[in-house]
Ligand binder design. Structure first.
Ligand SMILES: Cc1cc2nc3c(=O)[nH]c(=O)nc-3n(C[C@H](O)[C@H](O)[C@H](O)COP(=O)(O)O)c2cc1C
Length: 363
């Protein structure tokens, strides 16, 4: 073999190896959530699987559930070992996530033909869901909607949010929309970015976030929680590079924090508007916000509108009230959602969720 042929063969082999490597490392994550729970029938297991697809901060899935099948009731409470003690010192996002879980639970019951009602304890420490089979037919459309809901951090197009969607939001309690051309859109954006810059410079917040970032499909498939590359909007070749060079150590660095800040800057500047969910600034208010968040998000999914929460500004009490005052809102903003359309296919949920038996107990 001539030297020239040898070089061509070597280069071709390297290219093939690189392609295989990128395909393997960049392949979509495939978490296999075990839905089996001793003492529950398969229908209840499925219902609780759908409930667990609720949005939640850092994908920490900070809920614990006790099911009393004989009484047709379940009780949701926070799992104190999974709270975000640095970024969420007031546990505000824990209560929002619990509210989102409770609402998803009720919707999953509804989709399986059950009636359900809810009772929130005085200080929001627990949420009780009472359920009974009403014999109604299964609503596959609702289940598809719940599986389809996801956080989308990609670039959004310039297309505006249709009037009919904005009108429909009036039916969702606490929902307020500010299109990109509204006068006070800039206030939300500026508060978001100022808070993002503060978080970029806060080592403790960076360290906490690093614990919830996943740096390989294997890690995500084992832990079944946290934020994977795709949940951070990184797929294909980008994902292969992120997983090859990324590490928890690197995630704590200035460079990583600055890259995250610049990404937040592009996201805030690049959306059709902000959808805000307001509620009173109490634990119970946050649970209600989580319930309304679920409603608004599924309504967006139904209309192929992408959603990404941007919570930076609301994680600080002073900024929360600054946004409330600037927007003249009667209630406190508890969620800021960046919404819009993407070029190309509607996104999908990475379905990174824990095994049910890890957080569900049957009494
Ligand atoms: C209270 C709360 C705060 C959140 N804050 C952010 C945020 O600031 N930025 C972001 O990209 N996603 C945020 N999310 C979205 C979660 O990261 C996401 O719901 C979780 O990782 C599960 O992913 P999924 O929504 O695709 O199922 C938040 C969700 C909740 C409920």
């Amino acid at each position: 073999m001539t030297l020239k042929r040898k070089i061509i063969w070597s280069l071709a082999s390297v290219c093939v190896f690189l392609c295989l490597y990128v395909c393997y490392v960049g392949r979509p994550v495939g978490v296999d959530t075990d839905t089996e729970v001793e003492g529950l029938n398969s229908e209840l297991e499925q219902i609780l699987y759908y409930a667990g697809l609720a949005p939640n901060s850092h994908n920490a899935q900070m809920w614990e559930v006790k099911v009393y099948p004989a009484e047709g009731k379940l009780v949701i409470s926070p799992d104190t070992s999974r709270l975000l003690y640095v970024v969420d010192q007031e546990s505000r996002e824990t209560y929002i996530s619990m509210g989102a879980y409770a609402r998803s639970c009720m919707l999953a019951f509804e989709a399986y033909g059950y009636n359900s009602s809810i009772h929130v304890s005085e200080h929001g420490q627990s949420i009780t869901v009472i359920y009974a089979n009403s014999g109604m037919a299964r609503d596959e459309g609702l289940l598809t909607l719940m599986r389809r809901r996801h956080t989308d951090k990609r670039e959004y197009t310039k297309a505006g949010i249709p009037e009919f969607f904005q009108d429909g939001l009036r039916g969702i309690k606490g929902a307020v929309f500010r299109p990109e051309m509204a006068d006070d859109f800039g206030v939300i954006k500026d508060q978001t970015l100022a808070a993002a810059a503060e978080q970029r410079d806060n080592q403790e917040i960076r360290d906490e976030l690093a614990e919830w970032l996943r740096f390989s499909n294997g890690e995500a498939e084992e832990k079944k929680d946290g934020l994977t590359a795709e949940q951070n909007g990184i797929t294909g070749l980008g994902k292969a590079i992120y997983y090859t060079f990324g590490s928890r150590w690197f995630a704590r660095s200035d460079t990583f924090a600055q890259t995250g800040y610049e990404m937040a800057q592009r996201q805030a500047e690049n959306c059709a508007g902000f959808l805000i969910i307001t509620a009173s600034d109490t634990n119970v208010g946050c649970i209600e916000a989580g319930m309304h968040l679920t409603e608004a998000w599924l309504y967006a999914v139904r209309n192929d509108i992408e959603v990404q929460p941007m919570s930076y500004a609301l994680e600080d009490k002073a900024r929360r009230f600054a946004v409330q005052n600037a927007l003249k809102l009667t209630n406190t903003p508890q969620m800021i959602l960046r919404i819009g359309f993407v070029d190309g296919a509607y996104g999908a949920n990475a379905l990174v969720r824990r095994d049910l038996k890890d957080y569900i107990e049957v009494e």
